[in-house]
Design a protein around this ligand. Structure first.
Ligand code: 5GP
Length: 207
């Protein structure tokens, strides 16, 4: 087992965003082309249409999740939008040992835990251009019921207020521009990029 302060965790990057900010599509796009892999979390959430077990998440029931908490199997876990989500220690360590750039697509609570446990890791927050644009994207994707959309929008306000604590901020107003930034930031293992460039200012501040 490696030491959690190990420099090797420079290869670990947390990416957070409110749902609808485009995080998953951006990460899918960059991970295909590069030596980048996304760790697959466990969740008690039910699969959405089109989601596959072992690809999007490992879908588990509450009993399994609680058992794993007791066994201390998670590097971090959190209760998000009324479901549990957690990152398994073993899967992260396996990927890191393969010398890949590993992405954890997790919420701000998980991001804080990872920063404490693995200080050499980095974290990136992806912002939508505005709250109204976020609402539009959530509705257009058509995967969630109205009450879920409203809950996610409420949560988005809280999540967005956490962006300032991240090492990097990207505003996803244009997909290819955001993709380019994400790749650049993920590869900035020694954090040599200056703060003004690392943290993009908001465009349309209706948050
Ligand atoms: P969704 O249900 O839309 O896939 O994800 C809801 C939220 O849970 C997103 O903010 C996502 O980043 C977060 N999430 C997914 N997996 C994990 C995890 O393993 N740990 C934590 N803390 N959050 C996660």
């Amino acid at each position: 087992m490696m030491n959690f302060n190990d420099e090797i965790f420079k290869n670990l990057c947390v990416v957070s965003a409110p749902s609808g900010a485009g995080k998953t599509s951006l990460i899918k796009k960059i991970s295909k082309k590069n030596n980048i892999i996304v760790s697959i979390s466990q969740t008690t959430r039910k699969p959405r249409v089109g989601e596959k077990d072992g690809e999007d998440y490992f879908f588990v029931d509450n009993e399994v999740f609680q058992e794993n908490i007791k066994k201390e199997a998670y590097l971090e876990y959190a209760f998000v939008h009324e479901n549990y989500y957690g990152t398994l220690i073993d899967s992260v360590v396996n990927l890191i040992e393969k010398n890949l750039l590993v992405i954890l697509e997790i919420d701000f609570q998980g991001a804080e835990i990872i920063k404490q446990k693995l200080p050499s890791s980095r974290n990136i927050f992806i912002l939508p251009p505005s709250l109204s644009e976020l609402e539009k994207r959530l509705r257009d994707r058509g995967t969630d019921e109205e009450d879920v959309i409203l809950r996610r929008l409420e949560n988005a306000k809280l999540e967005i207020s956490m962006a300032k604590n991240y090492d990097y901020i990207i505003v996803n107003d244009d997909f290819s521009r955001a993709e380019e930034k994400l790749l650049k930031f993920i590869s900035d293992k020694d954090m040599v990029i200056q703060e003004e460039i690392r943290k993009e200012p908001l465009i349309d501040n209706d948050f």
